[in-house]
Design a binder for this molecule. Structure first.
Ligand code: RM4
Ligand code: MN
Ligand code: MN
Length: 422
């Protein structure tokens, strides 16, 4: 995307933008500080979400999907060029093993991208793999299977080290589908011991994120099924291990914001996988179903991180984990990043002093008013201004469409391309 195209687009929208910005700026205290925080806040794009996602019933591939890691990097580079908020990519191994590390690093530098957490995959069997993960990986009854899964995770760390990544996300599909299939205590113990071996291979400056999930693909028990179980592992592993919260990995109606608050309080919240859902691990566009919940989560994040003097932008891992069955993946990701920034901006507007006062006085009505005052503020001009100051587009999605980016990708890559991922 040439600079002049972004400039043209911005010039056309500038007057209207200024009006909107002036309107909100009047009522915001600490405007510059908020804009700086919005500028600093970057969300990593998952390499596995740049193609069309499928369900177990089918996959309806869109055109122009990236055919290799280089093209995935180009896609993330383009997103970042438009919104200046997606300056990182999270790789899933072995879907995205970098063949030429130096070339990939150069490409990343060219696009201004960092490598966020690397993700291991012991939920699928790969071609030529000796042992099967049908009955689990790190929990498996057979030591040889556990060994294979441990070695895979260590390899993933090595790939990450070469790229300059500083964290490993372990999501396990381990568990059981039927009562009686698994001895829970032994499964926990084996998983812990396996994780300990992986933990021992972590470089000093690395973090390990233990991601939990309530169900699927196992439907009776998951060996890392909720935040309590993840926290048990993280505490037993040591200071480099943290819990990762994927918004779609809870049972319906779970109070995720409370989970976030307590994990932060324990110093054990490591990172996020953003998405939205109505029923299960739906992996829908962030903020598309329940934007109020997203705001409440950000409210706890801001409050809890400030209480611990943490840096919002760098001290937790911010990643999207989504899948796009019916939307253009790049458009979906632009929408997701925007929704995250909006929720974050709203959380920054919460009058925390007044809220604390209302809470101490048991003034329930006032407490709700304060939260909803922030939530009901239209902060889109703030988010756009932060982007503008960094050289991004006032309306990334509109520019993506104006410039017919997808059509260009289809011409370049072809109609029938299928990206690696789920
Ligand atoms: C899982 C989980 C993991 C992701 C895989 C592809 O449900 O969310 O984070 O790596 O899907
Ligand atoms: Mn996830
Ligand atoms: Mn998931």
């Amino acid at each position: 995307m040439d600079n002049y195209k972004i400039d043209d687009h911005n010039n056309r929208l500038l007057n209207e933008h200024k009006l909107r910005l002036d309107f909100i700026a009047e009522n915001v205290t600490g405007l510059q500080g908020i804009l700086q925080k919005l500028k600093d806040f970057q969300v990593a794009i998952p390499s596995w979400a740049l193609g069309t996602g499928g369900t177990r019933f089918g996959r309806f591939s869109g055109g122009g999907e990236p055919r290799n890691l280089e093209e995935k990097m180009e896609d993330v580079g383009l997103l970042h060029r438009l919104n200046h908020s997606s300056g990182a990519i999270s790789l899933h191994i072995p879907w995205d093993v970098p063949e030429n590390v130096q070339a990939i690093r150069t490409l990343a530098a060219q696009f201004g991208l960092r490598f966020d957490a690397v993700n291991s995959n012991t939920f699928q069997d790969q071609a030529g793999q000796q042992h099967s993960y049908k009955f689990g990986s790190l929990q498996h009854v057979d030591k040889a299977v556990r060994r294979q899964a441990i070695e895979h995770n260590i390899e993933v760390i090595e790939h990450g080290v070469q790229l300059g990544s500083e964290s490993l996300t372990v999501w396990l599909s381990d568990g059981s589908c039927f009562p009686g299939q698994l001895n829970f205590r032994k499964a926990f113990q084996r998983t812990l011991e396996s994780l300990q071996e992986i933990y021992a291979a972590l470089p000093d400056n690395w973090k390990m994120f233990v991601e939990y999930k309530a169900f699927e693909p196992n439907f009776y028990s998951m060996t890392v099924g909720d935040w309590g179980q993840s926290l048990l592992y993280a505490n037993k592993l040591g200071p480099k291990a943290y819990t990762l919260v994927d918004l779609g990995h809870h049972l319906p109606n779970a109070n995720i914001e409370q989970i976030v608050s307590l994990l932060l309080g324990e110093g054990k919240l490591g990172g996020f996988h953003f998405n939205d859902s109505k029923y299960g691990d739906d992996d829908l566009t962030v903020g598309s179903i329940n934007p109020y919940q997203l705001f409440l989560i950000f409210n706890e994040l801001v409050e809890g991180m400030d209480a611990r003097h943490m840096n919002h932008a760098n001290d937790l891992g911010w990643m999207i984990d989504a899948s796009h069955n019916v939307k253009d993946p790049l458009e979906d990701l632009l929408q997701s990043v925007e929704a995250i920034k909006i929720a974050y901006a709203q959380a920054l507007l919460v009058d925390t002093k007044a809220l604390a006062k209302a809470q101490e006085a048991n003034d329930v009505v006032q407490a709700q008013e304060i939260l909803q005052q922030a939530y009901r503020t239209d902060v889109r001009a703030l988010v756009a201004e932060a982007r503008l100051q960094l050289g991004g587009a006032l309306q990334p999605l509109a520019l993506f469409r104006e410039q017919k980016v997808r059509e260009g990708l289809v011409t370049e890559r072809g109609q029938k391309t299928v990206a690696t991922g789920l």
